[in-house]
Design a protein around this ligand. Structure first.
Ligand SMILES: O=C(O)C(=O)C[C@@H](O)[C@H](O)[C@H](O)COP(=O)(O)O
Length: 359
């Protein structure tokens, strides 16, 4: 078991990384939040395997417990579902001592976290991420929100969880496509922050694809540590440091938006977005071709998609205008400089971006 602390003063919290502890996590919640009413929010896919057993365990531990399920998939991160959940919380007699527990992938974590952040002006919430992507990225750091049809994650808040329970055992039954998609965010951490970690990933590709739990514990805990270090220094993405976590996401969010939030899993779009971002850096003579190739080779070895066809480059460029890093109408990109290091770059001309989108 590994414990990662996110040191944010009064909003500090623990991330527990272990295997098989999900059903016993009532004590983790009890130790960190005094309330005895829990609202579990999950998606239809995890309701039976994880939502119901966890609700039963909480009830046994003296909680009044409600279980709410939303449809699976990115399209669920929308205003209609948020409104449905606000109304359900009201019907469940949720008060300010109640706690929301998000059980599921990034969609559920972002949506449930947003609902917790806004209902009654803010409820405590825990993250119980059940996908690799949510375990290494979206459950940590407090970015919660929903999409607008034309802009990903456009309505939201910074609302830190009270704790995060990561059960590695759940990864064994994750559909292969979903699991592999999470590996894109793992590669991201090596590219942006830790060259040694990237080398390690290159050396454990077969173990990663086989979901070896020893390797996964090290990988998931390292990603959480790296993210915690960034979030501790720039919780609300004010100094620009936190923007490094957005590597590949300007392209990624445009791809997800233009393709209607259904064709690609988030991690798949991240993989393609990172390839496009490093291509942009290469075209701007900021990095050697060998760095782009190294990233491409690892992503492909991990069976991730690295190209996209059938999306209009002009539409993608237009969608990028809604990126949250845009300042005074100008795009800003997180671009690699060397392995384990990236920079936030302004003043990239739309023509150069278009070249990458057309290639
Ligand atoms: O936590 C962050 O900060 C990130 O940027 C991590 C991203 O991987 C994540 O997808 C995030 O939600 C994107 O943030 P956004 O501000 O571009 O919507």
């Amino acid at each position: 078991m590994k414990l990662v602390r996110v040191n944010l003063g009064p909003r500090a919290y623990d991330i527990e990384v272990a295997s098989g502890q999900l059903a016993q996590s009532a004590s983790f919640f009890q130790a960190r939040h005094p309330g005895r009413h829990a609202v579990l929010i999950c998606d239809a896919n995890v309701r039976a395997p994880y939502g119901e057993p966890l609700a039963a365990a909480l009830s046994k531990n003296g909680y009044r417990c409600n279980l709410l399920a939303v449809p699976a998939g990115e399209a669920t991160k929308c205003t209609a579902q948020a409104e449905m959940l606000w109304n359900s919380l009201l019907e469940c007699r949720t008060d300010r001592k109640s706690v929301v527990i998000a059980v599921g992938g990034g969609v559920v974590g972002d949506l449930a976290g947003f609902v917790a952040a806004t209902f009654g002006r803010g409820l405590a919430f825990f993250q119980v991420p059940t996908t690799l992507l949510a375990q290494v990225d979206s459950s940590v750091g407090g970015k919660v929100g929903i999409n607008l049809p034309a802009a990903k994650n456009m309505v939201g808040s910074f609302w830190q969880p009270t704790g995060v329970v990561i059960d590695l055992a759940v990864l064994q039954s994750l559909p292969r496509r979903e699991y592999v998609s999470g590996l894109a965010e793992v590669v991201k951490y090596g590219m942006i922050l830790d060259a040694t970690f990237f080398e390690y990933l290159e050396s454990v590709v077969p173990q990663l694809l086989a979901r070896d739990e020893v390797v996964l514990e090290r990988v998931v805990a390292r990603c959480c540590e790296l993210k915690a270090q960034v979030v501790e220094q720039d919780e609300r993405e004010e100094s620009g440091l936190r923007a490094v976590l957005n590597y590949g996401h300007t392209f990624c969010h445009a791809i997800e938006t233009v393709s209607g939030y259904g064709r690609f899993l988030h991690g798949e779009a991240v993989a393609i977005g990172m390839v496009q971002a490093s291509q942009l850096a290469e075209n701007l003579n900021r990095i050697e071709q060998s760095l782009t190739m190294r990233q491409l080779n690892l992503l492909q070895a991990l069976e991730l998609p690295t190209t996209v066809a059938g999306l209009d480059p002009q539409q993608l460029l237009a969608a990028m205008q809604h990126d949250k890093k845009v300042e005074h109408g100008k795009l800003r990109f997180v671009l690699p400089t060397r392995m384990g290091h990236v920079e936030l770059v302004s003043g990239v001309s739309p023509e150069v971006v278009l070249e990458v989108l057309q290639s």
